[in-house]
Design a protein around this ligand. Structure first.
Ligand code: ARG
Length: 566
């Protein structure tokens, strides 16, 4: 696709031998509003080189460059050169490109041959999959899709929390009070009850703690009974989690969780010892990190059992060996910042240069409007329930607005779940936010349903207008402010995807598609599409088609469906 920014670079380079193209490129800015141009170039550096005042250099350059087929105007303003993209070139470029590329528009091969691991979701088995888990799951899935779209070889890993002393507790609790049938009917709740009861009773009974430690040791020693119980717990938990993954349409390439690394631990312990990083302290082993302003990281307890940190170190080493990753990304809450800083530092101290390629992508907390979000108090809001409520609320809305819609149930699912995903991905990930039903499910404003609805509306327009992609279009008819505005937003879409990838911020995509939907609706409300003027109708349908294509891609990258009718 014709790259206007590159044309800016070329135009400047043709007048200024002294700067390399890369140097020019990094200095180019996008002005805050289009009235000031599409691109701006500050001339301060040139002023130094030529020992002239910035405004006079800017004026000189503007005069020399002004005759350029890609820009309708090149203007000097103070120390800036402002470039105004030729609007008909813009419209033609972007619509031709989308017509050609369709759902591939915005994709790229920049990641070719590079493997990116995205680890996300990673819930703890035998514990509720609650609304707190939605963030890692949805952000991770979007990042996975974004990297994939940009040509990276991606691997989605669910690092299940399926190991650790708590399974000693569960086994011990089950052996004392458990009932297989009861548990199988409602696994997570029943296992949670056992876990809570165990902790309560253990507060007054040290014996229980020892018993739990014993059972976890047995599990690490591959005792058959322990192993069998643990496998069963893992299986029934995963079945519950999969219900949610199915609803969200999420698949993982690997469920290698913490337990997967149990037999890889001894080597890691040896390696850490061999490299002189381990320090013994009352029979336990740790790595001192004081020099790096961090508390020590416990690697092995005095009874020989390993810890969360140890397993993360083992997992990273294993992943490098297995996947030779270019980036190894962890989508995990910001509460675990220290944990990640610690173990990534340890990997670095072990001498692994790729430590820098292990990247923690933190995010803030989600809470519910009525304050119900606390696993400890047992006030758990299951993610599955939230999604189901979103679906049934959406169905109510559809019944009100469009009761004769075909496939109502299916659409309610796509829109309800999409609404929740969209809310999740609307803000910078590090921000805490309060989940609001009203905001999430609204068809107006900056919401998932709004974007999906715009998409569906365009779809029916294309049908009504008998849109034919192969017909030639007179692009010069698309010259109104609102049409150009859409073209601009579509044109920027590929760059937005790259930005989202580089910053690991799916919300860039979310915001862009909302802007596109808004721009489209503004256009649609002022400019009829199905008009008698045949050429105009064709041109406007083409613009609509391009918009629909990009909305569809954007929704897909976020992990949302794009229903054809709503
Ligand atoms: N299971 C952990 C939890 O629920 C999250 C795991 C994050 N990933 C990791 N590699 N440590 O808190």
């Amino acid at each position: 696709m014709l790259n206007f920014k590159e044309e800016v670079v070329k135009a400047i380079k043709s007048q200024v031998e002294e700067l390399e193209e890369d140097e020019i490129s990094v200095q180019i800015e996008v002005p805050p509003s289009y009235e000031m141009g599409d691109y701006a170039f500050p001339v301060f550096r040139l002023a130094k080189i030529f020992r002239k005042s910035p405004p006079s250099i800017a004026e000189e350059l503007a005069n020399k460059i002004s005759d350029n087929p890609y820009f309708s105007k090149v203007e000097n303003k103070g120390a800036y050169l402002n470039f105004f993209v030729d609007k008909s070139k813009l419209v033609e470029t972007i619509l031709d490109e989308i017509k050609e590329e369709r759902d591939k528009f915005g994709s790229s091969e920049m990641g070719k041959g590079k493997t990116v691991i995205v680890e996300y979701s990673s819930p703890n088995i035998a514990k509720p999959f609650h609304i707190g888990h939605i963030r890692t799951t949805v952000i991770g899935n979007a990042l996975f899709k974004i990297y994939t779209f940009l040509g990276y070889d991606t691997v989605a890993i669910n690092h299940l929390g399926d190991y650790g002393t708590q399974f000693g507790m569960l086994i011990s609790a089950y052996k004392r009070w458990g009932d297989k049938d009861v548990i199988e009917k409602d696994p997570i709740n029943e296992l949670l009850k056992l876990y809570v009861r165990f902790n309560e009773e253990a507060d007054n009974n040290e014996e229980l703690r020892n018993e739990a430690r014993h059972w976890f040791k047995e599990l690490e020693n591959k005792n058959e009974e322990a192993l069998k119980l643990w496998e069963w717990i893992r299986e029934i938990s995963l079945k519950e989690f999969n219900k949610v993954y199915d609803m969200l349409n999420i698949k993982f390439d690997s469920y290698a969780g913490e337990s997967f690394y149990s037999d890889k631990m001894p080597d890691i312990i040896e390696e850490l010892k061999g490299k002189g990083l381990m320090k013994e302290s009352e029979g336990a082993y740790l790595v001192e990190l004081e020099e790096y302003d961090m508390p020590p990281a416990l690697i092995m307890k005095s009874d020989g059992s390993t810890l969360y940190t140890t397993r993360d170190i083992a997992a990273a080493v294993y992943r490098k060996k297995t996947y030779d990753f270019y980036k190894n990304i962890y989508v995990v809450a910001s509460q675990q910042n220290l944990h990640f800083k610690q173990w990534i530092k340890i990997i670095e101290l072990m001498g692994y240069k790729w430590a820098n390629d292990c990247i923690h992508i933190p995010f803030g907390m989600v809470s519910l409007e009525d304050g119900t979000l606390s696993t400890r108090k047992g006030r758990v809001v299951f993610l599955e329930d939230v999604l189901n409520k979103a679906i049934s609320n959406t169905l109510d809305i559809i019944n009100e607005r469009n009761p004769n819609l075909e496939n109502k149930e299916e659409v309610a699912k796509q829109v309800g779940i999409g609404a929740v995903i969209f809310q999740e991905l609307f803000n910078q990930r590090i921000k805490d936010y309060v989940f609001s039903w009203d905001r999430t499910l609204s068809f107006e404003g900056e919401t998932g349903p709004y974007v999906q609805y715009t998409h569906a509306r365009i779809n029916s327009l294309l049908e009504r207008g008998d849109f034919d992609l192969e017909e030639k279009v007179d692009y010069s008819l698309l010259n109104s402010e609102s049409e150009i505005n859409i073209a601009r937003l579509l044109y920027n879409f590929p760059q937005v995807i790259v930005d989202a990838m580089e910053k690991n911020e799916p919300y860039f995509v979310t915001r862009q598609i909302v802007e596109i939907a808004k721009a489209y609706n503004k256009f649609y409300n002022s400019s009829p599409v199905i008009v008698d003027h045949k050429e105009l109708k064709k041109a406007r349908l083409m613009l609509s088609f391009a918009t629909k294509t990009v909305l569809n891609t954007g929704l897909g990258l976020l992990g949302m469906e794009a229903p054809e009718r709503m």
